[in-house]
Design a protein around this ligand. Structure first.
Ligand SMILES: [Zn+2]
Ligand SMILES: [Zn+2]
Length: 319
């Protein structure tokens, strides 16, 4: 259980670390920003006391997440349509195309696949395209019957004689073919599947940093911290509940922004816990964070941040 108060780094130590690094990276720029014309340049003359205008004591919370990018929900949908409607859909094909980079993909994550188009024999007409019904004109007999009046002999006795001829409506078959209403006479319906695009799945480690400092460099600081997390001392917690109860005692200071930051980080943490494509891979780290507002001799403003304890801390600067 971490009960120990973590010692924040000394301001001069932070400034010194920044200065050494800045000189290594670009000595000319340091000389230009802090030097005096005509005077011999001295690195020792660049002090925190002179160039740090304001300092804020803040806090940062860090954890790392392993994210699976490109994962698509499983399962498939399918559509069954009339033949003339097949052409109204746009199809996709990934045969031989390899895996797709999700970042370049602008369409839906599930799409109608060309290779899945398939004829399904119509059940209503058993794939014939029509149904056989009794001819209504001849009532299924195939013939029309009429009585002829025949006058027989001298007496001209009236006699009725049956006369029949083939029904014209069914050509004498007694059956009438009707276009199947289900398949529209096309014998088949057509089925196609709407399947996930075969994206590449990439597992990447993502740093999650929440800081109470009002900074636009949070993302960059988080990435730097992610690379050197072993070299920076913070206090580790398994749960936010524990962190919340010990934060003030651990840091030795507290403010409204730190409180807000913790609750934002906690809700972020919860979201990652629920996300099936993510896995939280570290404990929750609490770091003291110092934000220093500086100004060079030439009047250029810049900021220095430190994260970690007096023993082990990292710095970030936009200088
Ligand atoms: Zn049919
Ligand atoms: Zn008929």
């Amino acid at each position: 259980m971490p009960d120990v108060r973590i010692k924040t780094p000394n301001l001069d130590d932070i400034f010194e670390k920044w200065k050494q690094r800045a000189v290594r990276q670009d000595r000319k720029r340091i000389e230009k920003q802090f030097g005096t014309k005509g005077a011999l340049f001295s690195l020792d003359a660049i002090s925190a006391a002179e160039y740090v205008k304001d300092t804020l004591k803040e806090a940062a919370i860090y954890f790392a997440v392993k994210k699976t990018l490109g994962a698509v929900p499983k399962g498939k949908d399918e559509n069954t349509v009339l033949a003339p409607r097949v052409g109204r859909e746009t199809y996709y094909s990934f045969k031989g195309a390899g895996k797709i980079n999700k970042e370049n993909w602008k369409d839906d994550e599930k799409v109608p696949m060309y290779q899945s188009i398939q004829a399904v024999s119509c059940k209503t007409c058993k794939g014939k395209g029509y149904t056989d019904d009794k001819c209504k004109t001849c009532k299924g007999t195939g013939k029309i019957e009429e009585n002829l009046m025949v006058l027989v002999g001298e007496e001209q006795k009236k006699e009725k004689k049956l006369f029949s001829y083939p029904c014209a409506a069914c050509y004498g078959t007694g059956n009438k073919r009707e276009q199947c209403k289900e398949c529209g006479g096309h014998k088949n319906l057509y089925k196609y599947e709407i399947l996930p695009v075969p994206f590449q799945t990439v597992v990447t480690g993502v740093p999650i940093l929440h800081s109470s400092a009002q900074t636009k460099y949070e993302k960059e600081i988080g990435e730097d911290l992610h690379k050197m997390i072993e070299e920076v001392e913070g206090i580790r917690f398994n749960e936010f509940k524990e962190l919340e109860s010990k934060v003030e005692a651990s840091l030795g200071y507290m403010n409204k922004n730190i409180k807000k930051t913790i609750s934002a980080a906690a809700s972020d943490h919860k979201t990652y816990q629920k996300d099936k494509d993510s896995q939280i891979t570290t404990q929750i780290y609490l770091f003291p964070m110092i934000q220093m507002f500086c100004e060079t001799k030439k009047g250029s403003k810049f900021e220095i941040y430190s994260l970690g304890s007096g023993n082990k801390f990292m710095i970030y600067s936009n200088f």
